[in-house]
Design a protein around this ligand. Sequence first.
Ligand code: NDP
Length: 351
Amino acid sequence: MFNLICGKIQFVCRRAFALKSASEYLKRVNTGRAGVVTFAAVMEKVKCLIIGSGPAGYTAAIYAARAGLKPVMYTGPQPGGQLMITNDVENYPGYPEGRMGPEMMDDFRRQAERFETDIRNEMITRVDFTGPVHKAWSESGAEIHAPAIIIATGASAKWLGIPNEERLQNAGVSACAVCDGFFYRKQEVAIVGGGDTAAEESTYLAKICSKVHLLVRRDEMRASKIMQERVMNTPNLIVHWNTEAEEVLGQDVVDGVRIVNNKTGEKSVLPVTGFFVAIGHKPNTDIFKDWLTLDESGYIVTNPGRTTTNIPGVFASGDAQDKIYRQAVTAAGTGCMAALDAERYLVEKGF
Ligand code: NDP
């Protein structure tokens, strides 16, 4: 529900922002019918377009702006990226006391704006990398031409694909404990996953909920040692090893989850009102698949030690190209690399 409301508010804000900034590159055309207007897109030329706005995108923007590239950034549907739904970030250097993910992203954004990055809260929905000048289209119809494009589109939460999981989203099923945990105060909930996200979110939920069931499909967790220790030391957090969720139960809202022990085949029902999924992420690279080399999981393939891709002038950074480290600090690092690579490329090619 919280997600839904935030989504709607963000959508309205995005729209408002899009219409405001659109004045620079969209022409309002009256169709002649009362009250009905359309927008005719006008092509805009920029030096450096940044697609995406997590740590990678904002860092790329800071470096590109300071290098005089006047970057234009399209933030995507969740400005700030995954850290906007993250709790305390304790491992980003420079924040000795830790920082809430959304606050950190606000810091990043303000720093990018300080150097006059043109930030637009909108999505790029289509690209054409025929080159040498690349093209991108926004959801409101703007057509951007840029010789250098930095991709920082990040990754999105994965789902299990079990019965009722999709139908009951926003009615008890969620992929973001930090966003939705509040609605399950003093209630019993389940969460699936064995990585750092599941460990972090399950301990977060344990502070709010009466009981938390963590469903781990193997007999060990992938999460870091310190996070596992937190899980094991949380009294109202019960770990179910070798356990998978088979079906979410409930008519209008979640009222249980059917689980199975994959070693013994034993099935049971947990009487939970909230069902959280924390099993990793999928890179947001669909719009690039016809142009860029992607690996078998959809991550953009970059040249070793660089952010260059198979298309000259297109650079990839952050979680869209990193399935190994996937940290805010590594994303920021590759964002910096992408801006430096883009700057050198533009100079070399005389743009
Ligand atoms: P991971 O890919 O690390 O872990 C995914 C987990 O979900 C694994 O335990 C996996 O099981 C399990 N899983 C996957 N598919 C299924 C399925 N169909 N059914 C049941 N379980 C499934 O993703 P995370 O999101 O946890 O972490 C991503 C990265 O972000 C990591 O590098 C992590 O360290 C980092 N991170 C860091 C944080 C921090 O430092 N504060 C917080 C959160 C994330 P299996 O192990 O069997 O494959």
